[in-house]
Ligand binder design. Structure first.
Ligand SMILES: NCc1[nH]cc(CCC(=O)O)c1CC(=O)O
Length: 322
């Protein structure tokens, strides 16, 4: 795909190359970023498809080194100067920084909640005992088990179409997905329930995108930040990701976190809520806190410290049975 910017013919500047994964969702997300960037800067923008281990290998993510399988091939393409920008789902990004890579922009996030797509328009609570609910995410498994509905959680992987297809075909009674993915793919009408974050907290960063560039490309980083960055989304996801980092958990750990900017008495404040669970959902530490808008990192640290004091590390890394 090539988007012709309004400045293209006069400026003589090369097109900005955006690296994207090949899935329909990734291409849609990258396309949105390409459109916004072209519109805001007048530059030509092209999409370049890069295949990643997470797309090629359909084994459970936890067996592939979990963190970052969707991310590293795009970063390699950036560092090799094959593309100028990489667009990721922010929740797939490892919490630690990588040398040479700058998180140039975090655009305005979509609704971060998880949703259910079930047969016959049903909600989770309406499904019969023993009904099969598909998800590959330990975070979703644990929090849904904790609801005590008597449904059977079944591991599924694959793109959005594959997962919803298992409900359409009758193989599963329901699947759980990120609402944001369905919004971007124009498939919101298939949602049968939106899960309340009080019961099922989304992954840190869910619903947000990350636009990365080479750290040496300071001019492009500034251009992209100016065109795409949303300060409220950035504050919220920095806080959520700090909770995850402080709990020393990766992107496939049973940790949920959701922060929001709210209007306080003296201006904007941050609100954050988080959960860490045992894998079977039997034990959970849930906490919430609020703090100053301009210190999302401090608030994330504070909340994580409270969760650690409540035993979050023991839940996430149980001692082996003797
Ligand atoms: N786990 C893969 C993944 N990474 C980002 C999204 C959805 C889009 C988003 O959260 O921004 C999904 C699919 C899903 O969880 O249903």
């Amino acid at each position: 795909m090539t988007l012709r910017g309004s400045q293209a013919r006069t400026s003589g500047q090369a097109a900005i190359r955006i690296g994207t994964r090949a899935s329909a969702l990734a291409r849609t997300q990258s396309g949105l970023v390409a459109e916004q960037l072209s519109e805001a800067t007048g530059r030509d923008v092209v999409l370049v498809t890069v295949s990643t281990e997470g797309d090629v290998n359909t084994a459970p993510l936890a067996t592939m080194g979990g963190t970052g399988v969707f991310v590293s091939a795009l970063r390699d393409a950036l560092l090799a100067d094959e593309v100028d920008l990489a667009v990721h789902s922010l929740k797939d990004l490892p919490t630690y920084a990588q040398d040479g890579i700058t998180l140039a922009a975090i655009p305005t996030r979509e609704d971060p909640r998880d949703v259910v797509v079930a047969r016959d328009g049903l909600t989770l609570g309406e499904l019969p005992q023993g009904a099969t609910v598909g998800t590959g995410s330990p975070r979703r498994v644990a929090q849904i088990e904790a609801l005590g509905l008597g449904v059977e959680l079944v591991g599924v992987r694959g793109n959005v179409d594959t997962r919803i297809g298992k409900v359409t075909s009758g193989e599963l009674d329901a699947v759980v997905l990120a609402r944001a993915g369905l919004t971007r793919l124009g498939r919101l009408d298939e949602v049968t329930e939106v899960l309340d974050p009080i019961q099922v907290l989304p992954a840190p960063g869910q619903g947000a995108l990350a636009v990365e560039c080479r750290s040496s490309d300071t001019e492009l980083a500034a251009l992209v930040a100016e065109a795409l960055d949303d300060p409220n989304t950035r504050a919220a996801v920095e806080c959520e990701r700090m909770v995850l980092a402080e709990l020393e958990a990766g992107c496939s750990a049973p940790v949920g976190a959701l922060a929001e900017v709210v209007e306080g008495e003296d201006g904007p404040e941050l609100w954050v809520r988080a959960v860490a669970t045992s894998l079977d959902g039997a034990l959970a530490v849930r906490r919430s806190a609020s703090g100053p808008y301009d210190d999302p990192i401090g608030l994330g640290r504070k909340l994580a410290a409270e969760m650690v004091a409540d035993g979050a590390h023991e839940l996430l890394n149980p001692a082996p049975h003797s």
